[in-house]
Ligand binder design. Structure first.
Ligand SMILES: Cc1cc2nc3c(=O)[nH]c(=O)nc-3n(C[C@H](O)[C@H](O)[C@H](O)COP(=O)(O)O)c2cc1C
Length: 166
């Protein structure tokens, strides 16, 4: 059994659907997996404002009560939608503040719409994690629509489940 966390940002539910599925699998494999759901204070709801914030890498405000100290985890999963060819601002702000990832097993995934910028966003997420000293063992981009398909998720996450659910 390992202790881990899934850090998720999702606005319209796709990323969350995939992360919740993975969370259930990790728990079924005997892991203690805590979900940290990022929800910015006064989050903009318009596509334009969200896109501009992401593009400009503008900071958003996250609750101080969120868990930013992950020294206790053995692994951590990070999941964000692609916004304006990059990761969502909430994930960026969280990653800037999180501690305790040095040497940790991590996995990351992004979900996308058209697919424009998906590799750039995923690459950026990986680089941020590596910059924190984390080992990135799994990194994937999924279309938002595929997050509704259980067989897809089972196959896509199987390499990760094999690592974390030995
Ligand atoms: C503000 C905004 C910007 C987006 N920018 C992109 C983009 O650059 N490339 C892309 O493929 N999809 C883009 N999308 C689509 C989302 O990445 C996709 O719908 C994703 O699955 C949403 O995840 P969620 O339901 O967890 O919020 C954007 C969506 C929003 C709201």
């Amino acid at each position: 059994m390992s202790r881990g966390a899934s850090v998720i940002y999702s606005f319209s539910g796709n990323t969350k659907r995939a992360a919740v599925w993975l969370n259930q699998e990790l728990r079924a494999g005997g892991n203690e997996n805590k979900v940290i759901d990022l929800r910015p204070v006064n989050e903009p709801r318009s596509f334009l404002r969200q896109g501009i914030q992401a593009l400009l890498k503008s900071p958003v405000t996250l609750a101080d009560t969120l868990e930013y100290d992950l020294r206790w985890v053995e692994y951590a999963v990070f999941a964000s939608p692609v916004w304006a060819f990059t990761i969502a601002p909430a994930m960026r702000v969280y990653l800037n503040r999180v501690r305790g990832l040095n040497g940790k097993k991590t996995a990351c995934f992004v979900t996308y719409g058209s697919g424009t910028g998906k590799n750039r966003a995923l690459g950026e997420l990986e680089e941020i994690l590596k910059g924190k000293g984390a080992r990135v063992l799994f990194s994937r981009a999924f279309s938002g629509a595929s997050c509704r398909k259980e067989p897809f998720l089972r196959k896509a996450f199987s390499p990760l489940c094999e690592i974390l659910n030995p």
